[in-house]
Ligand binder design. Sequence first.
Ligand SMILES: Cc1cc2nc3c(=O)[nH]c(=O)nc-3n(C[C@H](O)[C@H](O)[C@H](O)COP(=O)(O)OP(=O)(O)OC[C@H]3O[C@@H](n4cnc5c(N)ncnc54)[C@H](O)[C@@H]3O)c2cc1C
Length: 413
Amino acid sequence: MRRVAIIGAGPGGLQLALGLQGAGYEVTVVAERTPEEVRRGRVMSTQLMFGPALALERAAGLNLWDDLAPVMGGFEMTQWDPGAGVPRSRFTASFDEEVRSVDQRVKLPAWLELFEARGGRVEHRSAEPDELPAIAGRHDLTVIATGGGALSTVFGRDAERSVYDRPQRTLACFYASGVAGQGAASDAYARVTGVPPVGDAIVLQALTVGGRCDILLIEAKFGGPYDCWADRPAPEEGLRRAVELLRVYAPWEYERFAKAEPTDAGAALYGAITPTVRHGVAELADGQCVLGLADAVVVNDPITGQGSNNAARAATSYLDAITRRGELPFDGPWMRRTFEEYWKRAQHVHAFTDLMLRQPPADHVVRLLKAAFEHPPTAHRFTNGYADPLDYRDWLMDPAGAEEYLAGIVRSD
Ligand SMILES: Cc1cc2nc3c(=O)[nH]c(=O)nc-3n(C[C@H](O)[C@H](O)[C@H](O)COP(=O)(O)OP(=O)(O)OC[C@H]3O[C@@H](n4cnc5c(N)ncnc54)[C@H](O)[C@@H]3O)c2cc1C
């Protein structure tokens, strides 16, 4: 039986571990925290997942919350600049496939317990870089799935594929209960209010440890009024501060959140992410190689809600490559091919996210978004592209393609 070590029990590592276990591999997971510690800990993400990634989880038999997790029916985008006195622009569009968010504090402990219940071996500790040769020596394959953890730095930054070398936003995330609906369909939508000089307030519905909740993610531009989390306030104070900001910059969300309360003691998260592509394979000092998975090697700012979706894609793609390898060695060249196969899809996600972070925004993106506010089919296509950003390649990512697309709208009007 081939032996695989997976370091890191996030969505990427656990989906791969469960998949390999089901395919008859002897899998060891090194997990920093126990399931109970994760459940009682701090929120880690907003983990919005789109149809294609949810389908991968379902195909793996890991969709354990279909009866409980709310389905977001569509997307509402509002752009507004209260200081400039311009009227707000807004579009809504339906999602063609289901979109859901299950708190990682619900999902990951359950997946880890499932892995253990099926006979999987779990080592509860933090793996250190100097242990890697010994771990790699004991296993046929070692996968590092440690997300933003320090161990991921064994994979060097790929300067050609990484656009940014520092964070482009600061982040504040709150899980809230007591959010009031307005009797509108958009109460059950993922909603974004963008104020160009300030940043974005993103709202979605989720299943958390205590049941359904609403999540508010503030994507703050540096130095603006949304960028006020350096003191890392406790959830009550953080949410209170965020709601006061909504009063000014997203009054329609303020109305909903005015009486909101944090869901629990771990309901707030603050941070900043440097969007980075690393080399997918690291060669250790003794010549052995280890393979990087998901955020350990390709990390995006959450402004486009893609990282968990990528983790599901990466786990699926690596599982396929590993099982196809049969009894042949998991050597460096095979690892590089495996990462490159994943990168073929991940590059579109990364390029889309980098483009949405760009300041000032690219001219063709501004024009396409303006078209979306005026032209429902464009709003619909933009909305559903989040599910698979490959769709953006020819009309959003590329200025010439955007021109052609915009000319096509004019012709059809
Ligand atoms: C605020 C925020 C909002 C987000 N919103 C979304 C969204 O809406 N949609 C979306 O798709 N993505 C979103 N993401 C991104 C998403 O959460 C990540 O991309 C995803 O969790 C990555 O999965 P992963 O398995 O690669 O790594 P992680 O989820 O980071 O998991 C890595 C695991 O490894 C463990 N670990 C680290 N170091 C060690 C070590 N040395 N030894 C043992 N274990 C270790 C960690 O404890 C962790 O459990 C968001 C992220 C943030 C920060």
